[in-house]
Design a binder for this molecule. Structure first.
Ligand code: GUN
Length: 287
């Protein structure tokens, strides 16, 4: 029986720490503010953004959501992001993805000021992560690392295997695990003999967006299994891991929901407060 990693509990711990930091900033006259830009009516995005907004407010962070119709032209969107870049009251900017097909995501991300890019998607932050410099790290992989830390799971020297190579999760996840001295393997949709590889992993992070891809026979007994999947199957949220068959084999496992998801939001709040602290330090010269 694998130990259940309670993402909801750990996210509450992280959010409480962030809320304390917000109070300290308030005492110094700084009001951390997050602006979420939402384009179109994608139902999943609406739910995610609502969750982010609620959590920000609960932590004392000022939250604004700027909505544009799906038909918005790219120049209007880019002009608004430039406006947010210049607004000194705004500490963090998040553009909810995906964007409508006629808008180039990379252009939008590149327009954001890197020091307000609390999602860590800007190429400057991606580059910093890859060379081990301090920058913003994408919230979901950062949340996974924080979960491993909270659970006292040793990463150094372990074989960590990531399934998925997205810019949002898979690639930054691999970078973070490497930085933590794991031996890292990255698998993806074109990987051959996947189960031969997964059976060698001490830590398995699954972020490929395919319901129940990983089954118990693919997991080494005692392995740590982190499920980043968020799939809707018949209206129900499911992960990428077949919990029923993997849980008896794993040493520890995250459920879906209440696993990695709540940590993603907690790390967004953490990054927003960090952005506010960085600006304050720049202005006052003190931490
Ligand atoms: N869409 C799905 N996940 C994310 C995320 O982490 N950040 C943003 N901005 N959009 C997303």
């Amino acid at each position: 029986m694998g130990h259940l990693i309670d993402g909801k509990k750990w996210a509450a711990v992280s959010r409480a720490t962030t809320a304390e930091e917000v109070q300290r900033l308030h005492a110094e006259g700084v009001r951390p503010m997050l602006v979420v830009v939402l384009v179109g009516e994608d139902p999943a995005s609406q739910v995610y953004v609502r969750g982010k907004e609620k959590a920000a407010v609960a932590a004392g962070i000022v939250s604004r959501v700027v909505r544009f119709p799906a038909s918005v032209d790219a120049s209007t969107l880019l002009a608004h992001i430039e406006h947010l870049n210049r607004d000194d009251d705004v500490h963090g900017i998040l553009v909810q993805l995906p964007l409508p097909a006629h808008i180039d995501e990379q252009t939008v991300i590149a327009t954001m000021a890197p020091d307000k890019d609390v999602d860590g998607f800007h190429m400057e932050n991606v580059g910093k992560l890859s060379i081990g410099a301090s920058g913003f790290v994408p919230c979901t992989p950062l949340g996974v690392m924080q979960l491993l830390k909270y659970e006292n799971i040793e990463v150094a020297g372990k074989h960590a295997l990531v399934i998925g190579r997205s810019n949002i999760v898979g690639k930054p996840m691999a970078q973070l695990l490497l930085q933590a001295n794991a031996t890292v393997t990255v698998c993806h949709s074109r990987t051959q003999r996947l189960s031969e590889l997964t059976r060698q992993a001490d830590i398995l992070v699954v972020a490929i967006g395919r319901s129940n891809l990983v089954t118990g026979d693919m997991v080494k007994p005692g392995a740590i299994v982190i499920d980043v999947g968020m799939n809707r199957v018949d209206g129900k949220l499911t992960g990428d891991v077949d919990f029923a068959s993997v849980e008896p084999v794993a040493g520890a496992i995250t459920p879906v929901p209440k696993g990695v998801g709540p940590m993603t939001i907690a790390m967004l709040l953490h990054n927003t407060v960090r952005a506010a602290k960085m600006r304050q330090k720049l202005i006052t010269g003190v931490q």
